[in-house]
Design a protein around this ligand. Structure first.
Ligand SMILES: Cc1ncc(COP(=O)(O)O)c(C=O)c1O
Length: 401
């Protein structure tokens, strides 16, 4: 019998995780990784938050069962998540128009959202920013949905190509999905202004689009509430909306796979109906969510003292990121790199996009052992007192040609 997989070629390595493997295999001792999408502290490690450790102690002592969670997750968790995202007083919550499911990370939330759209509106196209997180097209493709892109980066000015974005989305068909990074756009760090969010919301209404907000970095830009400005704008006026949120970064719970899909409908019965379809998608996918991460998040968010300490931990991560960004720009200028400081300083979140060519990115890696993603996406959290000098010098060298 002929082996079925005899002619199979290997799939290409994951754009970001593949780079991490290459970094690990690099024998140079002075190599620098600015490629990963995780927060690291000054020692280059990703510690467990103190509030997470404390919540885990409580869970360990109080746990009596490992029974399955409900398909949509524990109500305590989904309630806490909804209040964190929208604010406890939000009208949509009071009207019972928001349903939330606990998902395995933000990726799980995106996939459940994709499955839900595929189930209810199989002909919809999903519009993604160009550039975007490389897993986005893959997730929607895997769910059987067509994807298209809208321009996002104005290469010349290093800002948002807002006209290009609105122009492309004006061609979207009613019912199409538009994926918007709620804050700290990955990989550009460029977010719409509050006025631009208003204009995007108006276009969504005129075209009859379904916004899907990908909220993976709440608290890493300007603050937990400040970073929700896009979500708050979209969630006004009874608009239908999906929100894929993640606690991988702001709780540093990467490996626990904890996130949520929130469905904002125009009426309570519609929200219930949508939830029931999302639950079918979950059941056919991973059946029900993993317990531990959700229990940690609920323990922290529902205890006012722990929550206050967690907010301080988020602030500390954000302040280190923002401080690093300023030092990075200073370091690049000091090394003589021909960069425009203002657009780089305006970028938000962990990432800074330098707009390098493929050749420059390859030179950074082969000649200098400096690893960055795509067109020069730098994780500014990865910069430390020790590596910032050599990293800036290497970037200046490849920019000099
Ligand atoms: C834009 C964006 N969306 C979603 C995710 C998914 O996060 P998670 O690890 O929670 O699946 C990430 C993670 O890097 C991301 O950058």
């Amino acid at each position: 019998m002929r082996p079925t997989f005899a002619d199979l070629q290997p799939a290409p390595p994951d754009a970001i995780l593949g780079l991490a493997e290459a970094f690990r295999a690099d024998p140079r001792t002075d190599k620098i990784s600015l490629a990963s999408g995780v927060y690291v502290d000054e020692s280059g490690t990703t510690p467990v938050l103190q509030t997470v450790l404390e919540a885990e102690q409580r869970i360990l002592h109080g746990q009596t069962t490992k029974l399955y969670k409900p398909i949509a997750g524990d109500p305590a968790y989904t309630h806490a998540v909804r209040e964190l995202l929208f604010g406890a007083e939000h009208q949509a919550l009071a009207e019972g128009r928001v349903e939330t499911l606990h998902t395995p990370g933000g990726t799980g939330a995106l996939r459940v959202a994709a499955d839900l759209v595929r189930r209810l509106r199989p002909a919809s196209t999903v519009w993604l920013s160009s550039p975007t997180w490389p897993n986005h097209p893959q997730v929607f493709d895997a769910a059987g949905l067509d994807t298209r892109t809208y321009p996002y980066l104005d290469g010349a000015r290093g800002g948002l190509d807002f006209e290009g974005m609105l122009g492309a989305l004006a061609a979207a068909a009613p019912g199409d999905v538009v994926v918007l990074h709620a804050c700290c756009h990955n990989p550009t760090g460029i977010d719409p202004t509050p006025e631009q969010w208003e204009a995007i919301a108006a276009l969504v209404d005129v075209r009859g689009l379904l916004p899907l907000l990908d909220f993976a970095y709440q608290g890493f830009g300007d603050g937990l509430n400040e970073d929700a400005v896009g979500l708050m704008t979209m969630a006004r006026s009874g608009r239908e909306l999906l929100v894929a949120s993640s606690f991988s970064k702001n709780f540093a719970l990467y490996a626990e796979r904890v996130g949520a899909l929130s469905i904002v409908a125009s009426t309570r019965p519609e929200a219930h109906a949508l939830l029931s379809h999302a639950k079918v998608a979950v059941r056919a996918n991973y059946s029900n969510p993993p317990a531990h991460g959700g229990e940690i998040v609920a323990t922290i968010l529902l205890d006012p003292a722990l929550r206050a300490r967690w907010e301080d931990e988020v602030t500390a991560m954000r302040e280190r990121i923002n401080g690093n960004r300023a030092r990075f720009v200073e370091g690049l200028e000091g090394a003589g790199a021909p960069i425009e400081p203002a657009p780089l300083l305006r970028q938000r979140g962990m990432f800074s996009l330098l707009g390098l060519t493929t050749e420059q990115v390859a030179r950074l890696r082969t000649e200098f052992g400096v690893y960055v993603v795509g067109r020069g996406r730098v994780n500014v959290a990865g910069l430390t007192g020790r590596n910032i000098g050599p990293a800036c010098a290497a970037i200046a060298a490849v920019l000099a040609g």
